[in-house]
Design a protein around this ligand. Structure first.
Ligand code: NAD
Length: 585
């Protein structure tokens, strides 16, 4: 929290103000300049700066009038984008005289950084720009203009949507009132508001300069917004690669603002993050990882474009662990995450299968992939795995508890041993995964997602599958309960319920109450029927990724699973009648 207070400090004089500049890390490394927003000071970056400091020369400065920097006199006209550009150039010249800097801006820090990266006089001084929650006023002006000129219902909806999010901008244009509010009750309550509404952890942030920062910062809006939106520059093209990180829960900015950004930014990398406006405080790990990846690739002269798979903007660089990844749905899910650029841990009790999956993940686009051999029903082995993953690879962002086994047979044919086996893997495996990896996710306090692969058998009873159906119903209920418990922490929980999917499960499923020859015959027949149904596991994998992105609670995959889900709610009697039918095996 106090990392910036302990940083090396220097003062930079420019245009009648003195800017307080904090530096961390080795000045020989590439310089990353962090610019804060409104109402903030450079302290907003302390968590991110601490994570970047072992790789980069990290610089954060208090914008004029904020934190410990002095304010221009008079205030009116002292905060124009031109003056802010002078300040940035003065800081860049002081901290990195010999080379360009990598710029990272949040909120108004990003708004002003767009100005820096699109004006000619900074050309050659900026190596890359990571933008977070702050559009270019010029791009925004054209965005509005385009919608007003050709107002289709969709475009009007987008305008109204952004208008509803911008109410505070009008308030900030009123004279004196914002200053009075910030120096009075709003300034006192702001930390609590941030904690409650934005889930920003307290403890030393925001800094004590907040009322002054917020009062001065109102001039950022007054000096720039109306003028630029009325007459946006037509040459606001970025002269450096840009990484745009869009928080999906931003209550001040609509995602649609960035729809045509490629027109202005030839080299654009998009990222999305399921959090609110203050991502530097709520998701510092993810931001630091993306900034590191982007800066490193630009420094290496490589392409900063993320992987090409679905949702690469969301999963690129995230750590995803999939159990039962050696075959079927788990394997397809591991590949889908790999194609999206995720780092994948492929877990299976079958060591060779896990290794094969990890190898293919690396070929498919995963920057890193590892194979781990574990029986998910073995609590101690799972504890060891969780420990190893945390120390060697990091906290898991997405956990997919997929490993499972099939068991068919009437209730009286199913032995206690059979029950134990299927519950150990299908239910306890999921419990262990949620407990061990979920706890670390929760303790980290930076969100995440857990997917538990249940089955349509969770809500569709069958006389032939009492143990399997029971295990999957338990997984479905566990997922719902855990989802309720973790809702306030930004951790989503999804139960995925496939119907008949063409995987190897049929040939390994146990058939209770029959001799081995008959069991073999039934396995083969089941495999044939599932083959004829021919629903590919890749489609389930797509549904898994989509469910994480949309944070869905329960996802029925395959048409029969969806129909059964509807029947289970509307006419459970129909499902009970189907449950009595003998299976065709
Ligand atoms: P699969 O047999 O093709 O793959 C399962 C994988 O899990 C295998 O690689 C296996 O080695 C691994 N595994 C099994 N027990 C394990 C354990 N104790 N520890 C670690 N790994 C273990 O099966 P699949 O069809 O891909 O099934 C995946 C999940 O989907 C299961 O939970 C299953 O119940 C569920 N499901 C499958 C279908 C279907 O029709 N295939 C339908 C609904 C639900």
């Amino acid at each position: 929290m106090t990392v910036l207070k302990e940083a090396r400090e220097r003062w930079v004089r420019t245009g009648g103000v003195e800017l307080c500049v904090a530096e961390l890390g080795d000045p020989e490394q590439p310089t990353v300049v962090l610019v804060h927003g409104y109402p903030d000071s450079k302290e907003v970056w302390s968590e991110v700066a601490a994570r970047l400091a072992d790789r980069f020369h990290v610089v954060a400065y208090d914008v004029r009038g904020h934190g410990r920097s002095t304010a221009p006199q008079p205030l009116r006209g002292g905060f124009t984008l031109e003056k802010l550009t002078d300040d940035f150039l003065a800081v860049a010249d002081a901290v990195s005289p010999d080379g360009p800097v990598h710029l990272v801006g949040h909120d108004w820090g990003s708004v002003q950084s767009w100005e820096f990266v699109t004006t000619a006089r900074t050309e050659g001084r900026i190596a890359s720009f990571t933008s977070l929650s702050g559009p270019s006023l010029d791009h925004f002006g054209h965005w509005i203009d385009r919608r007003l000129r050709r107002p289709t219902p969709r475009r009007v909806g987008q305008l109204l949507g952004q208008g509803a999010r911008s109410w505070y901008v009008c308030l900030l244009h009123t004279p004196v009132l914002p200053e009075l509010a910030w120096r009075g009750p709003l300034g006192r309550r702001w930390p609590r508001i941030l904690e409650r509404a934005e889930k920003v952890p307290g403890g030393g942030y925001p800094s004590s300069s907040l009322p002054r920062d917020a009062a001065h910062g109102a001039w950022l809006y007054r000096d720039n917004v109306r003028a630029r939106l009325r007459r946006p520059r037509t040459d606001a093209y970025a002269h450096a690669p840009v990484q745009l990180i869009t928080p999906l829960g931003d209550r001040f900015l609509s995602e649609r603002l960035y729809d045509q950004l490629e027109e202005w930014v030839p080299r654009l990398t998009r990222r999305t993050l399921p959090t609110g406006h203050w991502a530097p405080r709520t998701r510092p790990d993810q931001l630091a990882a993306w900034i590191t990846q982007f800066v490193t690739s630009v420094e290496g002269g490589g392409s900063p474009a993320p992987a090409s798979g679905a949702y690469a903007d969301r999963f690129g660089g995230q750590l995803v662990l999939v159990t039962g990844a050696g075959s079927g749905i788990g394997r397809a899910t591991a590949f889908a995450f790999a194609e999206s650029g995720a780092r994948v841990v492929a877990v299976d009790r079958d060591a060779e299968a896990a290794v094969r999956t990890a190898e293919r993940c690396r070929l498919s686009g995963a920057p890193e992939a590892w194979a781990e051999t574990v029986d998910v029903s073995d609590e101690q082995a799972m504890e060891k795995l969780a420990e190893k993953v945390a120390t060697e690879y990091g906290v898991v962002d997405v956990l997919v508890n997929n490993a499972g086994i099939g068991l068919s047979g009437s209730f009286f044919d199913t032995t206690a041993e059979d029950w134990k086996k299927v519950l150990d893997v299908n239910l306890w495996g999921v419990v262990h995964g949620c407990r061990l990896f979920g706890r670390r996710m929760s303790e980290r306090g930076q969100g995440g997602h857990i997917v538990n692969v249940a089955s349509a058998a969770a809500y569709q009873p069958s006389r032939a599958l009492p143990a399997y159906c029971t295990s999957k119903a338990a997984v479905l209920m566990l997922s719902e309960c855990l989802r309720a418990e973790l809702a306030g922490q930004g951790i989503g929980v999804t139960a995925v319920c496939p119907g008949f999917v063409n995987t190897g499960i049929t040939s390994t499923a146990r058939f209770a109450g029959v001799d081995p020859a008959e069991e073999r015959r039934r396995q083969q027949r089941a495999a044939r029927l599932y083959g004829l149904r021919s629903y590919p596991p890749e489609k389930v994998a797509d549904a898994v990724l989509r469910a994480v992105v949309r944070d869905e609670a329960v996802v029925a995959v395959t048409p029969e699973a969806r129909v059964a889900r509807v029947l289970s709610r509307l006419t459970p009697g129909a499902l009970r009648a189907i449950a009595r039918m003998r299976p065709p095996l």
